[in-house]
Design a protein. Sequence first.
Lengths: 151, 151
Amino acid sequence: MKQNPLAATLRQSGYKATHARLAILAYFKKHPRPLSARQIVEGIGTEVDQATVYRTIRSLKGKNIIRQVDLRHNHAHYEFASLGEHHHLVCTRCGKVEDVHRCNMETMRREVLAESKHFADISQHSLEFYGTCKACAQKESSRSREETRIR
Amino acid sequence: MKQNPLAATLRQSGYKATHARLAILAYFKKHPRPLSARQIVEGIGTEVDQATVYRTIRSLKGKNIIRQVDLRHNHAHYEFASLGEHHHLVCTRCGKVEDVHRCNMETMRREVLAESKHFADISQHSLEFYGTCKACAQKESSRSREETRIR
DNA sequence: AATTATTTGCAAATAATTCGCATTAAGAAT
DNA sequence: ATTCTTAATGCGAATTATTTGCAAATAATT
């Protein structure tokens, strides 16, 4: 009964290994990028209700099994935490997301805590970069070239 | 007519210096911390409609007059961009926000762009730290002491 | 003062997230 | 294996967050 590693993860955190939670975690595992609640609900299909998806996300977030990511899309995204620390580069035109590794934030985190007046600990951080992907930059420049030609 | 510097800022960016926009910018200036759309609507009172607040935020964001901040509160926050680059330390219990200065991200930003396969430029970034403020840590520890005593 | 293109307010729509409650099912106990 | 207990789920409705359409208002221009 304990052969499923996702179930083991859940039980170790004090949760029942329910069908819904296993389906959600499996979905995260299969899609290793920032996912919105809607994407998960639709991706999993009818087997899990959206209220359950939101509730599950919330509790798993509390145990650091998944983590929240902000892409500035007016809704939250979430990622499987076991992907390890990494950050994101987000295209503000088309929404493309590229992972960013090797930003070591450990030192900075320590320094920030040491300099803080009011905080006792720092458990997480988010670091995302926003810009323009090459494809969008290309479109943009060809569009403005056209405008120039017309005038 | 050009004596108001906020009006000048708006006109320089190609906007009309309307009552609504001036009120919104003045509110940002007077409250230099991350503000939600709701806080702005309620803070300004009846003089500006919420649709206008959202529309104004969106367009000013596009011109980097205000910038978006994510505190993981399920709604966006915004800050006057002229506050200069800084980041935030957010308490995950009570929501307290402390500003964080002197994280110089310029080098990191350049490196990230240099290592990126698909991006042409990076125009912004967000960096927030999440943890527990001293007040909440205090409450937490006294609460768990009580629990221990009771058992 | 008249003109024109923006911008706004209002009301209604849509998107995102949460809640209440009766029912179900996971894991523990028997 | 069956029963028990409580956490967890589904469903529907409620809230919260954000956007939109359109007629009326207004800033900047002439």
